[in-house]
Design a protein around this ligand. Sequence first.
Ligand SMILES: [Zn+2]
Length: 312
Amino acid sequence: MTTAFFSHPDCRKHDMGTGHPECPARLDAIEDHLIASGLADVVVRHDDAPLATALDLEHAHERRYLLELDEVLNEAAQAERLVAVDPDTAACPQTRQAVLRAAGIAVAATDLVIDGKAENAFCAVRPPGHHATRAAAMGFCFCNNVAIAARHALDVRGLERVAIVDFDVHHGNGTEDIVANDERIFMVSIFQDKLYPFTGGVPLGENMINVPVPAYTKGDEIREIVEHQWLPALERFKPEMIFVSAGFDAHRDDDLGRLGLVEADYEWITLRLVDVANRHAKGRIVSCLEGGYNLRALARSVGAHVRALAGA
Ligand SMILES: [Zn+2]
C-alpha cells in the first residue's frame, strides 16, 4: 500500500496576519511531526504538483466569482497588504499562489491515485476549502479543494460515483452548496451544532447525510454515528473514490470547537474509510487538510490519519 503525501512551499506563503489561527505554522507542525514520528519514511512525498488551472476551479465555482476573486487577489498583490473578504478571511500578496497550489495539489493527488501510482494520498494544503461556496470565499477558504478534486474525478477522469467525507468541527457549507443534488456525489459529514457557519441542520440535497452534534460530544458517540449513519450509506452508494475534508479542529484540545475527538478517534474513522475504499473503490482515497488549529493536536492527529491511510 502506497500513501502519497502532497504539500508545497507556496501553501505556507498565505498569511492572514499575526495571531490568525489559520497560519503557516500549521504546516510546519505537520512536517515536523512527520519527521519525528518516522512517518516521513512511510509516505511518498510529492512537492511538484502544478497550480490549478481556471478550468479546474470552474468545476466547483461560478466564473463570475472566480473573476471577483481574481480582482481581490490582484489587489492584495499590488497593494502589498491584506485585503479582507470576510471578517475572518483575508488575502495577502501571496494568497493567489497558495490558493492555486492547494487546488492544484488536490487535483494532482486525484490523478495520481486514479492512475494507480498511489493507493491513497494526504494533501497538507492551505488555505483550506470546505467553506468556499460556488460563489463566495468565507471562513478562511477561497476555493473548495475537495469539491474541485471530486468534480475532476467525475468530469475529467470519468468516474461515476465519488463520496465526500467531512469530519471538520465546522459544517462544510461550501462543499454542500457545490455538490447538493449532484447524484454522482454522496456527502457525509459530522460537525458541531450551533457553531460557525451555523448551517447544515437541514441538508440542501438528498445526496448527503449531515450529522450536527452538540458541544462536548466525545469520540465514542461520534464513532457510533460513523458506524450507524455514515458507513451504511457509503456501503449503499459504493463510491469509486473517497475524498476527505480532513479538519482536525474537532480535537478536544482545539479552541475553535468544543468537541472531544482524540488521535485514536481520527485513526479509527480513517480505518473505517479505508475499509469502505478497499471494498468499493480499489482503496482510492484523497484526503485534504481543512481545519485544525492547536498545532500539537493537529500534528498528532494528521499523523494518526496518515498512519491509518498508510496501514503502518
Ligand atoms: Zn473547521
